[in-house]
Design a binder for this molecule. Structure first.
Ligand code: FPP
Length: 247
């Protein structure tokens, strides 16, 4: 159900009732900039600032994992200058985050196909990924050149290769086998998907992982999204009646 109200109660949801894994579709950067007569890239720059704030706040709040949708496999269709600004912004943003991840014990992980990304961004990804193995705190997934369908295809290819090599029989393939071959293998299930900016769709984001997710939508544009908005989503999540197909 959409929650469009920005006023309401202000209590903080207890840590044990928080979603274990939150997915955030950062949307509305372009509209935010347009409203101010600024280039779209100014919206992305502001959006990157909000990403940093919200990511670190999630770590402070005790969320176990959070995934941000930063660049989809479909975003290559944007004008080349917007794509290249986004690439350098993403690189700077990851570099800037390194020290914070160390201090907050955050395990940063890039999900998506890094092959097509510029070399300087790939180098930074290698740097950032070290935190995934070295640290023990919150998992921070950043989806870059990511698509939910492509992720499932990749998992199927890995499983098929195992079967072709005789290491796995087709009958033994289970949901767990697929899960173990996703970028998010071993991570908590996606409990809550947040999408600001008034759009109410998944846009190829974590298709497998969102099977039993709750959704929280808001009209706020991503560059205006605040910790209070996140807390609103948490309060709403706490009051959902999750049945997982039961009664
Ligand atoms: C969607 O808004 C936003 C994006 C495609 C880019 C999101 C990326 C950032 C905020 C940079 C964050 C950096 C890191 C490292 C995560 P839109 O351009 O589709 O907005 P519109 O719908 O208003 O046009």
């Amino acid at each position: 159900m959409a929650n469009k109200s920005r006023e309401s109660e202000t209590y903080l949801v207890a840590k044990e009732h928080l979603p274990r894994h939150v997915g955030i579709i950062m949307d509305g950067n372009g509209r935010w900039a347009k409203k101010r007569g600024l280039p779209r890239t100014a919206g992305h720059a502001r959006g990157a600032k909000v990403f940093k704030e919200i990511a670190l706040y999630c770590a402070d709040r005790g969320v176990k994992a959070v995934t941000f949708y930063a660049f989809s496999t479909e975003n290559w269709k944007r004008p080349p200058d917007e794509v290249s600004t986004l690439m350098s912004l993403l690189r700077d943003c990851l570099e800037d985050g390194l020290e914070h991840y160390r201090r907050k014990n955050v395990r940063a992980h890039i999900i998506g196909d890094a092959e097509q990304l510029p070399a300087s961004l790939r180098e930074m990804i290698d740097e950032v990924e070290k935190s995934y193995t070295q640290n023990t705190g919150m998992i921070l997934n950043v989806a870059l050149n990511y698509g939910g369908r492509a992720e499932i295809v990749r998992a199927v290819q890995n499983i098929a290769a195992e079967a072709a090599a005789g290491r796995l029989s087709p009958e033994s393939v289970t949901e767990e086998t697929v899960e173990q071959n996703l970028y998010t293998a071993g991570q908590p299930p996606l409990d809550l998907v947040i999408r600001p900016s008034g759009e109410e769709r998944l846009s190829n984001f974590m298709l497998w992982q969102s099977a039993y997710s709750e959704f929280w939508f808001s009209d706020v544009l991503w560059p205006d999204f605040t910790k209070d908005d996140l807390e609103r989503a948490f309060r709403d999540f706490e009051n959902r009646n999750r049945r997982f197909g039961g009664i």
